[in-house]
Design a protein around this ligand. Structure first.
Ligand SMILES: Nc1nc2c(ncn2[C@@H]2O[C@H](COP(=O)(O)OP(=O)(O)O)[C@@H](O)[C@H]2O)c(=O)[nH]1
Ligand SMILES: [Mg+2]
Length: 376
């Protein structure tokens, strides 16, 4: 097995995780519970505000049975999964966008990440206090999103001041940036997230600054009941240029502690879908960032999964493995993972004309196994 048990949270990793998700949301929405579900970590989960004073960073493997299939038929000993990183910060309170409350300083950590998962409470549980004393997921989403818009507004204003000097001296780059910042500021002043601005220059500047509302965002509705997210939240997500997913985090945490066979039976009885628990969040993250997975593993020592953005050409995909492979890329030999497994080896796939040579402009497809030829 590639990932027989979910690993415990670790504090640092040598490599850069393939998918980085920053959790935001009000206090007691279930962020730390979700963090624990994904990482198998044991961060303190408690119904008090500001339990999470320091951000929790956790890295977990992304289980993928295709890695084992590729490795098993070729007797490849080592199997390497993709990795997801989750950062859990203190709950945002109203005022966090202005640097008030604990959320404010922690927002800086989220700016460094690729995407956000906005956890919103829809579970009832009277024992867990709600900071605003209500169960109203849509209203909660709006509160937090407003804070994020305010936080971005502040950042943009500070940046605008900095580029002024360049603008006065006639620097064309400074002028272009100032124009983009002006457009962003106006958009935010309307209460809209930067990700919906539809202006490439503005998006580039916003992404470079790590603006929070420019990040791809998944609304994770923490429910009591399995099923799809409520229609009003789906509509709101669409208007915000975001995606939505419902997950009963509390139930999933309980299932994660049960014997897998019992958990599966229980899950089926409850009508939980086939993709559950941490996998549901990870798949949501892959959809959010539009990732596809290719593999290396044409023989020992390892078979490995590599997530990349959909539409990535072969030479850039090779660069994910090593920069030399991109620089010196000659061609890639490609076979679909299931065909490789059917044939049993790359050489047999070649004989049956199932493996083919592709150049640097080839767009890597979901499930490709690639052998990169390069020369540096
Ligand atoms: N009933 C129920 N309780 C939950 C759920 N998710 C979290 N909780 C509880 O709510 C409290 C706050 O959760 P926590 O993850 O610490 O919230 P955070 O402030 O967003 O990090 C804890 O007591 C959790 O056990 C859920 O889906 N259902
Ligand atoms: Mg917490």
């Amino acid at each position: 097995m590639c990932c027989p048990v979910r690993p415990r949270a670790v504090w640092a990793s040598a490599g850069i995780p393939d998918l980085q998700l920053g959790l935001v949301g009000l206090t007691n929405a279930g962020k730390t519970a979700l963090f624990n579900l994904v990482t198998g970590g044991e961060a303190e989960v408690a119904p008090y505000p500001f339990t999470t004073r320091e951000p929790n960073r956790g890295i977990a493997d992304v289980p993928d049975p295709r890695i084992d299939a590729i490795a098993d038929v070729q007797d490849i000993p080592n199997r390497v999964c993709a990795q997801v990183e989750v950062i859990d910060i203190a709950g945002l309170s109203e005022g966090a966008g202005k640097g008030e409350g604990l959320g404010g300083s922690a927002l800086g950590r989220i700016r460094e990440l690729e995407a956000t998962v906005h956890v919103v409470r829809a579970f009832a549980n009277a024992e867990v206090p709600h900071p605003l004393e209500r169960i109203d997921p849509l209203a909660d989403l709006e509160v937090v999103d407003t804070e994020l818009v305010l936080a971005d507004t502040d950042q943009v204003a500070r940046r605008e001041e900095k580029v002024q000097k360049g603008v006065r001296s006639g620097d064309p780059d400074a002028k272009a940036e100032a124009a983009a910042l002006g457009a962003i500021a106006a958009w935010l002043a309307d209460g809209k997230p930067v990700r919906t601005i539809g202006d490439e220059d503005a998006i580039a500047v916003a992404t470079g600054m790590g603006l929070l509302t420019a990040k791809p965002t998944l609304y994770l509705v923490n429910t009591d009941d399995p099923g799809d997210p409520p229609a009003d939240i789906v509509a709101y997500a669409e208007a915000q240029g975001a995606q939505a997913l419902a997950l009963p985090v509390g139930v999933e945490l309980e299932l994660a502690e049960m014997d897998p066979a019992d958990a599966a039976e229980f899950a089926a009885e409850m009508g939980l879908g086939e993709t559950r628990g941490a996998d549901a969040l990870i798949q949501g993250g892959y959809r959010l960032l539009d990732l596809v997975t290719f593999f290396t593993g044409s023989g020992p020592p390892e078979a490995r999964a590599w997530p990349i953005r959909r539409g990535t050409p072969a030479d850039q995909a090779a660069g994910k493995i090593h920069s030399d492979m991109e620089r010196g890329f000659i061609r890639a030999e490609v076979v679909a993972w299931d065909k490789l497994v059917e044939c049993g080896s790359f050489s047999k796939a070649r004989e049956q004309a199932l493996a083919r040579m592709e150049g640097k402009d080839y767009i890597v497809q979901e499930g490709d196994v690639m052998q990169i030829r390069f020369n540096v």
